[in-house]
Design a protein around this ligand. Structure first.
Ligand code: GDP
Length: 310
């Protein structure tokens, strides 16, 4: 079973927690043709699951006056050391599909230090410490989230997108890194900048052995964007483990605007990608304004890191 593999291989993240595009029959079908017919509502989706479900309670779900959102058991991210049939409701991180297991440790950030900017993957720190890459479309809220995680203004917010093509390493508690990568998809960036992003950032993902996982930031206040789906696809095809970090979950539009609340955008996003994953990738809701998901995301990173370290 997959969970056995998790338990025995220290490289579980690269080998099993990673997604399985290459072996999936739908891998090469463009996303646009892959819309799957599933109920939009998570609670309704649970009814279609053959397995039992656990309720997901988030601040926002509660605000919504909806019946409580429910995540089917088979859509949860189950970490190493936990069997699916052992999962209890209180093991779920709020506003996510992430189950906490025995590898979750001290997640507090006590110290942060800027270690430098690199132009290429080859120039990045070579001390072998584990790292998490923060990636997302320009303006997704990446700098705000990094600042929120470390409780300091270290990442430059609202910098001119398309300009900063550097890999920035922040050393946390002298033991692991948060890596700020250039944002992609800036609408007004010159073609050359977009091409640069491809060769430059993709090189980092393919070469970086100490990469524990990519935190792929996705704006939950807007409908799924093709560029984010393409990025998720590319990471998936290259077996690079990722967590979907939904940003701006505090943004609620009025019913009249015709825009959907974050939970619905997140559900739509999941519906578009779930066929591509044999195991559901972890996802979590965050807001840098309200700090929603901040501590939970750090806990999730701690459990990935601690397993990676062992
Ligand atoms: P980056 O380009 O991905 O680094 O994005 P920034 O962190 O610079 O944020 C882009 C814009 O989104 C800024 O105007 C932020 O104030 C806003 N923003 C970032 N995070 C949030 C959030 O969690 N909630 C809301 N409502 N706005 C956010």
């Amino acid at each position: 079973m997959l969970l056995r593999a998790y338990t025995h291989s220290p490289q579980f993240i690269r080998t099993t927690c990673a997604n399985f595009f290459s072996s999936h029959p739908l891998t090469r079908i463009p996303l646009a043709h892959r819309r799957v017919k599933v109920p939009l509502n998570a609670a309704a989706a649970a009814k279609f699951s053959t397995k039992s479900a656990v309720p997901l309670t988030t601040k926002h779900a509660a605000d919504n006056n909806n019946d409580s959102n429910v995540i089917p058991l088979d859509m949860l991210f189950v970490p190493p050391g936990v069997e699916r049939n052992e999962i209890k409701e209180d093991m779920l991180l709020p506003g996510s599909n992430i189950v906490m297991g025995p590898y979750a440790g001290d997640a507090k950030i006590k110290q942060v230090e800027f270690k430098g900017s690199s132009i290429r993957a080859n120039d990045c720190p070579k001390d072998g410490k584990p790292e998490f890459a923060m990636l997302g479309r320009s303006n997704v809220g990446k700098s705000s989230l990094i600042n929120c995680l470390v409780r300091k203004d270290i990442a430059m917010t609202s910098k001119k997108p398309g300009k900063t093509q550097l890999i920035n390493h922040f050393l946390i508690n002298k033991s692991w890194y948060i890596v700020d990568l250039p944002g992609y998809g800036y609408a007004y960036a010159p073609e050359s900048a977009r091409l640069d992003w491809n060769t430059f950032t993709k090189g980092y993902f393919l070469k970086r052995d100490t990469l524990v996982a990519v935190m792929l930031l996705v704006d939950a206040s807007v409908p799924p964007q093709k560029i984010d789906l393409d990025c998720a696809n590319w990471l998936g095809r290259n077996n690079i483990p990722l967590t979907f970090v939904f940003t701006k979950c505090d943004k609620r539009k009025s019913g009249k605007s015709g825009l959907k609340p974050p939970e619905r955008n997140i559900q739509d996003f999941q519906d578009l990608i779930k066929k591509n994953y044999r195991e559901p990738p972890p996802w979590i809701m965050t807001s840098s304004i309200s700090n929603l998901g901040r501590d939970d995301l750090l806990l999730h990173m701690s459990q990935l890191r601690n397993y990676w370290d062992n």
